[in-house]
Design a protein around this ligand. Structure first.
Ligand code: ATP
Length: 368
């Protein structure tokens, strides 16, 4: 069983200048065979978390268990973990075959025949059989990435760790490698923790996504869960591209429980169903709506629409990204390509109430 558990894990860096809490009381329970993607902005503690799991960084407080065994004090080579780095970290003077076999020669007592068999099998899986006798310097970035992954696979570890493995590749190759890595995971089924700052990578690859901010866990859930039910404004903003629109509004309530969201430049009627979960005293909230959930509709009723002006139209192929001006703030709408308003045009925006999010203005916690 390669279940991975982090219990109240904290990492503090004490430098002469300051004390940095890089990871704070992090709790994770990762199931055997799960593909977990850790995301968050630069400096949120992703790499530190991964490095503690790998044993490359000590744990200040808390416990890490792999397969029910505490591994805090184990040296990296005894942890049965294989890690793929952003830089690939291949030995330049060794061939691909030697790079892939080296770790097995060092850390196992497998015979040469078994090592060759494993290298061949992993090379086939990664589609790099033709490269086995080449040196890393003669390979493209994508090929080096495959070799680095192949080298991790031959070890047949209990746990794979990936630290931004695709960030040195161009956009097209990155998308291709995402699919490849997902396929490999489906084939080998090894528990995986994958770190990236790219939320799209997280959404497409993860069984569950872990979202960190300033060393603290914000949410863990399946991609559709963190997209549809973010627990706070931070997660709502981080997941989804282009990102969610946020507008400060005041809530006016009617005696029947329905109400109106009043912004600086608009008012929008909403039903009692939307407002029901809110505390009756709540008046100031932040309203959130995703660009893909907004429709441009000239026939929308005034009380259920926002009238505003188009700033910029960005044509991206299948969709258009429309940037509008709402009380001096940017408001983003994603439309099908046939909806193409002119810049400077006044349009009417409407949306389905089911897609509306409301956040506590002070704490950022999700209310609806
Ligand atoms: P990035 O996406 O930029 O790689 P990250 O989310 O991986 O960022 P970490 O590298 O884990 O973030 O860093 C978390 C915090 O810990 C940051 O404030 C960073 O400056 C600090 N930190 C990381 N390593 C050290 C170290 N060896 N000494 C001091 N501070 C460190």
């Amino acid at each position: 069983m390669a279940r991975l558990e982090l219990d109240d894990v904290t990492k503090v860096f004490d430098t002469s200048a300051e004390t940095i809490i890089a990871v704070e009381e992090l709790n994770l329970d990762i199931k055997d065979g799960e593909f977990i993607v850790v995301v968050g902005p630069s400096g949120c503690g992703k790499s530190t978390t991964l490095r503690m799991i790998a044993g490359l960084e000590t744990v200040t407080d808390g416990e890490i268990r792999l397969g029910d065994e505490r591994i805090n004090e184990k040296s990296p080579k005894d942890r049965d973990i294989a890690m793929v780095f952003q830089s690939y970290a291949l030995y330049p003077h060794k061939t691909v075959r030697e790079n892939m076999a080296y770790g097995l020669h060092l850390s196992t007592d497998l015979d040469g025949e078994e090592i060759s068999r494993r290298v061949q099998e992993a090379a086939e899986m990664m589609g790099i059989e033709d490269l086995l006798d080449k040196k890393p310097s003669s390979l493209s970035g994508g090929q080096q990435q495959r070799v680095a992954t192949g080298r991790a696979i031959v070890r047949e570890p209990s746990l794979f760790l990936f630290d931004e493995p695709l960030s040195n590749l161009d956009a097209k190759l990155r998308k291709h490698m995402r699919t490849e890595l997902s396929r490999i995971h489906a084939e080998v089924g090894i528990t995986t923790v994958y770190v990236t700052h790219d939320q799209e990578e997280a959404m497409t690859m993860a069984d569950r996504i872990v979202i960190l901010d300033q060393g603290k866990l914000q949410q863990i859930g399946e991609p559709k869960e963190v997209y549809h039910e973010p627990v706070n404004r931070f997660v709502a903003n981080f997941i989804g591209s282009p990102s969610m629109n946020f507008v400060d509004v005041e809530l006016e309530r009617n005696s029947d429980g329905s109400g109106t969201l009043v912004g600086e430049d608009f008012s929008y009627d909403v039903s009692s169903r939307l407002l029901q979960p809110l505390d009756s005293g709540t008046t100031e909230v932040e309203f959130g709506i995703r660009p893909e959930n907004v429709t441009i509709d000239p026939d929308a009723p005034t009380e259920k629409s926002i009238e505003t002006t188009v700033d910029v139209v960005e044509i991206v192929g299948s969709d258009n990204f429309i940037y509008l001006d709402l009380a001096g703030e940017e408001f983003r709408v994603r439309t099908p390509s046939e909806i193409e308003p002119s810049e400077g045009e006044t349009v009417r925006l409407t949306f389905d109430e089911d897609d509306v999010h409301l956040f506590d203005s002070a704490s950022g916690e999700s209310l609806v």
